[in-house]
Design a protein around this ligand. Structure first.
Ligand code: AMP
Length: 284
């Protein structure tokens, strides 16, 4: 395992590896690593000669300062976990290495509708910050493949758009959601759940499953309302529960079997905001 803190040092190392024809996989993270992250890293390690994992809590994607301040940071534990993977390059930059001219979440590309719905509607500026940091990281690492989790499905669509517009030499690989045994999607934020909400949290995934199972027979508006009511009755505050075209994220009003669907939700569990989603293929 090699650890780089300076962009220039990492770039010099990677330039040599590239000259030797090594294929590179890249996994950007914000640290506080869990099995969800480790799956991405293992997949990249299995599919590439070299895997680079970045750990950087990007300030420009947090729309609330308190969320940035409370975001869990566990660098020593992260490095211990990463040691298990074997030959791995870790990039652990400071803000200055990523934003030499100061932090920015200025829109780099036009994301259209993707920057208006679901996460974008409730977290203004979030995806502009995500695009800024992923663009900068991809420009530094220049990987062959980029590994991201379905857990942040809208983010995957956003980065697919960034790659299409600006970095077409990188292939985006989306990895399935890794869940706790009771169904809760793994997230760095889960450690902040109090005991009560941790016990109730599997209801989020279960509600997505129930809604998907009802798709063939019930009206979509009814399915969504029932899901929201169920989550709110359990004590969550539901920001959205959407059923949309998995390619465009356009909300669907009625069931059509012409496109894959994605069911997505964001809820507040006390002070902690959780998101989850479920992909439903055309021929379900
Ligand atoms: P984060 O550190 O939260 O920015 O996540 C870094 C990467 O790990 C992103 O591509 C996430 O989508 C992915 N990820 C986070 N949690 C999970 C999970 N439970 N399953 C799969 N991928 C995940």
């Amino acid at each position: 395992m090699l650890l780089f803190k300076k962009t220039k040092d990492l770039q010099d190392y990677l330039a040599k590896a590239k000259k030797q024809g090594q294929r590179m996989g890249f996994v950007p993270t914000m640290g506080a690593l869990h099995e969800g992250h480790m799956e991405l890293i293992r997949r990249s390690a299995a599919e590439n000669d070299l895997t680079i994992c970045s750990i950087y809590v990007n300030p420009t994607q947090f729309n609330e300062l308190s969320d940035l301040e409370k975001y869990p940071r566990t660098p020593e534990k992260d490095l211990l976990l990463l040691r298990e993977v074997g030959s791995l390059i870790i990039f652990f930059p400071s803000d200055k290495e990523i934003y030499p001219d100061g932090p920015s979440n200025a829109p780099l590309i036009d994301l259209g509708h993707l920057n208006e719905v679901q996460e974008a509607a409730f977290r203004p500026g979030h995806f502009d910050g995500v695009v800024q940091v992923v663009h900068r990281l991809l420009s530094i690492v220049q990987p062959d493949r980029l590994y991201m989790g379905q857990k942040d499905y809208q983010q995957v669509l956003v980065i697919r758009e960034l790659i299409r517009q600006k970095l077409p030499d990188t292939t985006l690989v989306m990895c399935p959601i890794v869940r706790e045994a009771d169904g809760l999607a793994m997230s760095s934020r889960n450690v902040r759940l109090d005991t009560g909400f941790r016990q109730k949290a599997p209801l989020i995934a279960a509600t997505l499953e129930t809604a998907a199972a009802q798709l063939p027979e019930k009206a979509i508006a009814e399915i969504k309302q029932e899901a929201i009511d169920k989550l709110n009755e359990a004590g969550f505050k539901t920001e959205y529960f959407e059923i949309s075209n998995a390619d465009t994220l356009l909300s669907v009003g009625q069931l059509s079997r012409e496109a894959d669907l994605v069911l997505s939700t964001a809820v507040w569990a006390g002070e902690v905001r959780l998101i989850d989603n479920l992909l439903v293929p055309i021929n379900f």
